[in-house]
Each structure stands twice: as structure tokens, then as C-alpha cells.
Design a protein around this ligand. Structure first.
Ligand SMILES: C[S@@+](CC[C@H](N)C(=O)[O-])C[C@H]1O[C@@H](n2cnc3c(N)ncnc32)[C@H](O)[C@@H]1O
Ligand code: SF4
Length: 456
């Protein structure tokens, strides 16, 4: 439990407490005061008292508020860390985008590595990882990007995986909404073409976009085709059991350049536990169908139920032996809404960090570069998700989305439109209705909100 007199920071300080939850239960009382130009954070953890003081180098405004926030989080982090004798790989950082913070520090102070290590208590390993990602983004990362990405969401899957909390519906039950959804989506795509400026990339995500009927896939890709002018074009095909020659032929005919064939793991035993409804053999088959016509990404997950280091090692080595263009290494992250969360993760405690370290070392040794990075709440061992790719195979959409450097025009239920002003000085968003039924009946509201976001 966390108490604080900084009411607007309660949830961020609770994130610090949650980050240590595998090491015990912590009762935290935090009080912030200021003495002249010094921030004073008094923290009590399970009755033990700490006081931390830091100079406030900015006197007022947004920069001062930002410093107060950082120092308060750091104080709570240090107090819990001293109490339980444990440190975390990302130190006091709890946010989703460590690289975005690093870019901000670079522009404010000309460097970020000392600040990460000495002020935010980020480990040397994760500071180096952040630096490597920033290095890989050169040439795509733009400080004043005035282009846009185009995102389309398909919220249907062949079945629900046990770890998943994304909004997506099992087609066995939701098939009756598919045709109406596709018609509404095509209407929104056609209307939204007017907002696209200097198209940088297209991403059709899910869910499992190739799980829908071929005629529906054709309709959606034809509508997108009116916007496309040869940009990077990804379809997150995803589940190997939904990938067939006939739907890949449709993707190819519509100019798709990149697809995802996602193993998650090559262990048949784990695939069964997580309810993927496919085998390792299906992954090989799907990859064989795709490899000559598309750039291929593979998603894998570290920390899956009952998996030991040797299972993950086998998954990574098998993925590497297939030589896809990208391998994205996720860390298991269980949220409410996933079946596994309800019945207990089954993750083997302490193995995930070893898996993620092994992935980084092995992928880099084999010529892959870490090129985008993000974190989420509730990640196993407080780690991160990292996309690794071969030289010249970076996905523009992934970089743009993580770094929030340019606008996203988004279509479909659950899709979030984002307008980025002046390279990120200000960001405004409009989230389409999340629920499919609500989305189907709200075209006029969606179009009005999008007009207001992109046209003013
Ligand atoms: C939005 S999902 C869509 C991909 C596609 N439906 C599939 O499952 O192959 C994108 C990726 O997020 C990752 N993911 C989804 N749920 C996760 C979870 N609870 N923890 C860690 N990674 C997760 C998986 O690696 C997945 O491939
Ligand atoms: S992980 Fe992918 S296939 Fe599985 S339920 Fe989630 S979105 Fe659907």
C-alpha cells in the first residue's frame, strides 16, 4: 500500500511498489516538501524512515514538475531497494518508453547515460541497451517528422490464447459480426485517407488479420491500396494456424511487404498450455510459405508458463535457425482479462531475466540489432520487450509508434489516432470505440472526432 501527499503521483508511486512485489509486501508512506530550491522526499517503508534531498535546477513550469516527479519516484525506489536489498534492472524507471525519456534527456542535457545510471538507478546493461536502440534508430528517427503512419485493427482471432488480454474476439463466437465490421472498417478507411500526409508506413494489426474470410481481407486491402504509394506495409498475420497460401497470395497481390509469423515458443507442450491451437510444425509450414515473398518478423515470449531456461533457449535458437528478418522478444505480462491471470501464471520465478539476457547476447552475436524497445506494467521480472532486426530491416511503424515522432491515422475498433505536433512537443489522441458493437454504430461520431483531431 502506498500513501503520498502528491495526489497526482499516487499511481506512479504504486508502480514502484508493484515493481518490487516479488520481493515482499511493502507499506509505503511518502511525503514531499520543498525547502528553497531543494526537493525533500521523506519515505517510510514498513516503518523504516528515509530522507532524500535533491537540488531543483528548474524554478517553475513543466520542467520543474518533471523533476519533482522523477525525484519522488527515485526516493521511493531507493527506500524499497534498501529495505529489501534488491535492485531492479530499470531502476526507478516505470514508464513505457525508456528510449523516449533518453531522447528528452539528450535534448535537455546533451547526454542520458550518466543520468540513467546515476540519477535514475538504471543498470549499466539496460542503459547500454537503450543506447544501442537509439543508435539503431538513426536515419528513421526524425526530430521534426511531419509524415503519418496508417494503422488498421482487426479484432478477431481463430481462438483466444490463455495469456492474452488484448481486445480480440474468438471467431467461433464473433463470426456473425465479421461482415458488418469489415464494411464499417472499409468506410472508415476510405474516409480517413484525407488525413494522411506523407505516408511513412501501413500496419494492419490484430488480433489475427488473416483469420477473416479471404473476400473480407480483399475488401480491406483494396481500400488501403487507394492510400498506399509504395510505403512499408505490414500485416500482423500472426497465428501460424491461420496462415495459408491463399491468404498470403492476397497479401502479396496488394503490396504487403512485411508479415508476422509468431511462434511465441517452439515447445508443443507450452503451445498447448497457452492455448495457441497450433504446433511447432505449423510454424515451420507457415514460415516456409512466407519467407520468399515477405520480410518476416517472429514474436517470441520469455517467461511462459512452466518454461525453463532450456525451453526458451531452444525457442530462440530455432527461430534463429530460420533466419527471419526480425525477432521480437516479449516478456510475459499478465493483465486482468487473460485466462492465465485468473488461474496463476505458472511462470518459473527468476528464469525470465536469464532468458532475456541470453536473447540479447545471442541475437547481437548473430548480426541482429535491437531497434525498438518498450515496457508495460505487470511484466515478468520488470523487464522489457525488444525488437531485434537484421541490418536494413527496421520496421518504420514500430519505431514511429514507440518514439511517438509522427501522427498515426488509425481505423477500426480499439484503434487510437494520434496527432503529434512539432516533433512531439504536444500529442493529442482520439481512441475509437473499443467495443465492436459500439464501433459498428458510431461512424458519424468517429468521423467528427477525427475531423477535429486532424483538421484543426
Ligand atoms: C497483439 S499480439 C498480436 C499477434 C498475433 N495475434 C499472434 O498472437 O500471433 C502481438 C504480440 O504481443 C505478444 N503478447 C501478447 N500478449 C502478451 C502477454 N500477455 N505477454 C507478453 N507478450 C504478449 C505476443 O508475442 C504477440 O505476438
Ligand atoms: S495472442 Fe494473438 S492470436 Fe492469441 S488471442 Fe491474443 S491477439 Fe489473438
Amino acid at each position: 500500500m502506498t500513501e503520498t501527499n502528491l495526489i497526482n503521483m499516487k499511481s506512479e508511486l504504486e508502480d514502484e511498489e508493484r515493481a518490487f512485489s516479488s520481493f515482499g509486501v511493502f507499506n509505503i508512506k511518502h511525503e514531499y516538501t520543498e525547502k528553497e530550491d531543494t526537493a525533500v522526499n521523506s519515505v517510510e517503508v514498513n516503518g523504516r524512515k528515509f530522507v532524500f534531498t535533491e537540488k531543483l535546477t528548474f524554478k517553475d513550469g513543466v520542467l520543474k514538475k518533471r523533476l519533482i516527479k522523477r525525484f519522488a519516484k527515485l526516493a521511493v525506489y531507493k527506500a524499497i531497494s534498501e529495505t529489501c536489498g534488491k535492485s531492479l534492472p530499470w531502476g526507478s524507471l516505470t514508464g513505457v518508453r525508456p528510449t523516449k525519456l533518453a531522447y528528452t534527456l539528450l535534448s535537455e542535457r546533451g547526454e542520458f547515460t550518466d543520468y540513467f545510471k546515476n540519477v535514475l538507478s538504471v543498470s549499466e546493461k539496460k542503459t547500454d541497451l537503450t543506447a544501442a536502440v537509439i543508435e539503431s534508430q538513426k536515419g528513421i528517427y526524425e526530430e521534426n517528422c511531419d509524415g503519418s503512419d496508417f494503422f488498421v485493427f482487426i479484432p478477431f482471432c481463430p481462438s483466444r490464447c490463455a495469456y492474452c488480454s488484448f481486445i480480440s474476439h474468438d471467431l467461433k463466437f464473433a463470426y456473425k459480426y465479421e461482415d458488418a465490421y469489415v464494411d464499417a472498417l472499409v468506410k472508415e478507411i476510405e474516409y480517413s485517407a484525407r488525413y494522411v500526409k506523407k505516408l511513412r508506413s501501413i500496419y494492419v494489426g490484430g488480433g489475427t488479420p488473416v483469420a477473416i474470410k479471404n473476400e473480407n481481407l480483399e475488401k480491406i486491402l483494396s481500400a488501403i491500396g487507394k492510400i498506399n504509394c509504395g510505403a512499408e506495409f505490414t500485416v500482423e498475420a500472426g497465428r501460424p494456424d491461420a496462415i495459408r497460401k491463399d491468404n498470403l497470395d492476397i497479401l502479396k497481390a496488394h503490396g504487403v511487404t512485411r508479415i508476422c509469423v509468431n511462434p511465441q515458443t517452439f515447445s508443443d507442450k507450452t503451445l498447448k498450455i497457452i492455448g495457441r491451437n497450433h504446433t511447432a510444425e505449423d510454424i515451420f509450414r507457415a514460415y516456409d510459405l512466407a519467407r520468399n515473398d515477405f520480410s518476416v518478423n517472429m514474436d517470441i515470449i520469455a517467461g511462459l508458463p512452466e518454461e525453463r531456461f532450456s525451453d526458451f533457449e531452444n525457442t530462440l535458437n530455432t527461430a534463429l535457425s530460420l533466419s527471419p528478418d526480425d525477432i521480437t522478444v516479449h516478456t510475459l505480462c499478465l493483465k486482468r482479462g487473460s485466462a492465465l491471470m485468473e488461474k496463476g501464471s505458472g511462470a518459473v520465478v527468476g528464469e525470465t531475466r536469464k532468458m532475456v539476457d541470453f536473447a540479447e547476447e545471442t541475437l547481437v552475436k548473430n548480426g541482429y540489432f535491437p531497434y525498438y524497445l518498450y515496457r508495460q506494467k505487470y511484466m515478468s521480472d520488470n523487464l522489457e520487450n525488444v525488437g531485434y532486426c537484421k541490418k536494413d530491416k527496421r520496421c518504420v511503424f514500430n519505431i514511429d509508434t514507440m518514439e511517438e515522432i509522427c501522427s498515426t491515422v488509425a481505423c477500426g475498433a480499439f484503434a487510437v489516432n494520434k496527432r503529434v505536433f512539432n516533433g512531439g512537443d504536444r500529442i493529442e489522441r482520439y481512441g475509437n470505440p473499443k467495443d465492436v458493437k459500439t464501433y459498428l454504430n458510431n461512424f458519424s461520431q468517429v468521423s467528427e472526432k477525427k475531423d477535429a483531431l486532424f483538421c484543426e
